[in-house]
Design a protein around this ligand. Structure first.
Ligand SMILES: Nc1ncnc2c1ncn2[C@@H]1O[C@H](COP(=O)(O)OP(=O)(O)O)[C@@H](O)[C@H]1O
Ligand SMILES: [Mg+2]
Length: 159
């Protein structure tokens, strides 16, 4: 687990952008944390880092939005999903096979329907209003191989 801290929303965006250096085709990034902890904010930064120029907004009411950057980027908000089947119906495995990248908010709930390899980004409130603790945890062999690169990319925010 890598422990980082951000000090503002823009700081969290920049962390997401920095992480794009180690994210590529077929990757899943799970965004965990309470409402308002900064999952969408982080997703905006990651999208920017993946070359998406379009504004990234919360997909809460549409379940999934897609963007084109260096890769096809899919942004899912599973908050409103009440059945696992709904996320299965999104066809994420196919999208990932085709080289897409998925960012999934509220990842805990949907984890059983997802590929076995992923990077989890968990955001938590800290005492100061504009600070967030950001825990990065990777699961699976493809991520283990990128461990050093991952650590380097977020060094600036590490505590
Ligand atoms: N360090 C920080 N990182 C991320 N967001 C922050 C931070 N400090 C304050 N904020 C604010 O918290 C809110 C996070 O909202 P959002 O990213 O939509 O959260 P979520 O998607 O987890 O519900 C935004 O209003 C943002 O400006
Ligand atoms: Mg959100």
């Amino acid at each position: 687990v890598i422990n980082a801290v951000t000090k503002s929303a823009e700081d969290t965006r920049e962390l997401g952008t920095a992480l794009a250096a180690v994210v590529g085709p077929g990757d899943v990034v799970l965004l965990a944390g309470d409402l308002g902890s900064g999952k969408t904010t982080f997703a905006q930064g990651l999208a920017r880092g993946l070359g998406v120029d379009e504004q990234v907004t919360s997909p809460t009411f549409v379940l999934m939005r897609s963007y084109t950057g260096r890769v096809e980027l899919f942004h899912v908000d599973a908050y409103r999903f009440d059945q696992l089947q709904e996320i299965i119906d999104l066809g994420l495995p196919e999208v990932l096979d085709d080289g897409g990248v998925a960012m999934i908010e509220w990842g805990d709930v949907v984890a059983p329907a997802l590929p076995a390899d992923f990077l989890e980004v968990r955001l938590e409130y800290r005492e100061s209003d504009d600070e967030r603790a950001v825990q990065l945890r990777s699961v699976g062999t493809p991520w283990a191989a990128r461990r050093t690169a991952l650590q380097r990319s977020v060094e600036r925010w590490c505590i």
